[in-house]
Ligand binder design. Structure first.
Ligand SMILES: N[C@@H](CCC(=O)N[C@@H](CS)C(=O)NCC(=O)O)C(=O)O
Length: 202
């Protein structure tokens, strides 16, 4: 299997961590999707990474679909509960973590991709409000427990860790560590895992 991605993307990192946790071999192919000559559309018509290209040439996206598929490939390091409320809870944590990254990414692109005269502060503030609300919800959901969902390490922790790591990397001005000490505690614990160390941006 071939994973097309970038080193900084929180969604790509989530897939890489799942690959490592589950001890699945793959080839990592770096692609800069922002370059004019990117070939990502040949695999993903949406022009986004991560994209998983399988042995038969078939391609799969987005990160939530990929990690769900990977978790079915081997019982090693199960990250998603098999069914019911527990499964939905883990997937909802993932949606929350990805949603915070989505909003922060939109806010960042507003500044990095548009000429100054086309930028909307109102739009950016709307996205940043989602980031704030998402962080608050994560902290409230985590409480003083060791893991986001249930009493074991799951995809929920992977997704939250990737988003927090990306915020620390791209938005050092957001003081989530000070505002939410329980998120910092979780993040520091996650950073001790070899899978997080191996995939840290920069
Ligand atoms: N929901 C998608 C989001 C993927 C995504 O937005 N990736 C960014 C990199 S961080 C990208 O490729 N953006 C290119 C673009 O929007 O044109 C997923 O989870 O895979």
């Amino acid at each position: 299997m071939k994973l097309i991605g970038s080193l900084a993307s929180p969604y790509v990192r989530k897939v890489r961590i799942v690959m490592l946790e589950k001890k699945i071999d793959y080839e990592f192919v770096l692609e800069d999707v922002w370059r004019d000559d990117t070939t990502i559309q040949q695999s993903n018509p949406l022009g986004k990474v991560p994209c998983l290209v399988m042995e038969d040439g078939g391609a799969m996206f987005d990160s939530r679909v990929i990690v769900e598929y990977l978790d079915t490939l081997t019982p090693v390091g199960k990250l998603i509960p098999p069914n019911g409320r527990e499964r939905a809870e883990v997937k909802c944590w993932e949606a929350l973590a990805d949603g915070v990254a989505d909003a922060a990414l939109l806010a960042r692109l507003e500044r990095t991709m548009r000429p100054a005269e086309q930028q909307s502060e109102k739009w950016r503030a709307r996205q940043m409000a989602k980031v704030d609300a998402g962080l608050k919800a994560m902290s409230a959901g985590l409480k003083d427990t060791a893991y986001c969902a249930g009493n074991q390490y799951t995809l929920a922790d992977v997704a939250v860790g990737c988003t927090l790591g990306w915020l620390a990397y791209r938005f050092p001005e957001i003081h989530w560590r000070e505002d939410y000490p329980n998120l910092e505690r979780l993040y520091e614990k996650l950073c001790e895992r070899s899978t997080f160390k191996e995939t840290a941006p920069e």
